[in-house]
Design a protein around this ligand. Structure first.
Ligand code: ATP
Length: 197
């Protein structure tokens, strides 16, 4: 039976980097954040439901959903966040199930930034949490260039903290060191997971 392995961590912890290292080992990886973004394609069921629920279209001039505007509208308010999640989560879980059904090997990795916040641990056979000091995470995020320091802190506040992640983790990866130190941990964890399967 396919082992479902969740891979998560806070902003800039290195979960996408770790996920790509698992993929190098031959494990199929699903990027659940990307699944969510793909669901917001123009004319999709999700976009229609969001429009009906909020009475506004979050559409850019050239058609795609303006995810920044959608996030700004919804994440400022707990009720709106819940309404958005109620639309998105079942669609994301359905896409996840369909993807898992197509996987053949002994394990598959589901990478998701808010896996634990959205109650996803229950769907997984094991949860890996990638951790790094906040100072390093900020440095790496700034160097990556997708978010500035203010955006880093906004996202950080929206996510649970490492203490809460550790409580739900089966395996921890420490990403305070170099990329090769990260890869070493990924390889030894992969070997351990293979022994358990
Ligand atoms: P987000 O939740 O924002 O998507 P993430 O947890 O997926 O972040 P990554 O994108 O994997 O984090 O890593 C953040 C940045 O830090 C990337 O540019 C990545 O290349 C870099 N990085 C990751 N691990 C290390 C490391 N050990 N040493 C140096 N840079 C690293």
């Amino acid at each position: 039976k396919l082992q479902r392995i969740g891979l998560t961590g806070g902003i800039g912890s290195g979960k996408s980097t770790a996920a790509s290292m698992f993929a190098e080992q031959g494990i199929p990886v699903l990027d659940l954040d990307q699944v969510g973004r793909d669901l917001l394609a123009p004319g999709s069921a999700a976009v229609q439901q969001i429009q009906d629920a909020f009475g506004i279209t979050f559409v850019l001039a050239d058609g795609p959903t303006d995810r920044k505007a959608l996030a700004a509208h919804c994440f400022a308010d707990a009720a709106k966040t819940a309404r958005l999640n109620a639309i998105m989560h079942p669609l994301i879980w359905q896409a996840e199930e369909q993807w898992l059904d197509r996987q053949q090997g002994e394990m598959a990795i589901i990478e998701a930034s808010v896996l634990l916040e959205s109650g996803g641990a229950g769907r997984m056979d094991a949860v890996i949490v990638v951790m790094a000091e906040e100072r390093l995470r900020l440095q790496r995020v700034l160097r990556r260039g997708l978010q500035d320091e203010h955006q880093f802190h906004v996202i950080l506040k929206r996510q649970c903290d490492d203490q809460q992640r550790v409580e739900q983790a089966d395996y921890l990866i420490n990403n305070n060191g170099s990329l090769s130190a990260l890869r070493d941990q990924v390889v030894s964890l992969y070997e351990k997971l293979q022994r358990n399967s």
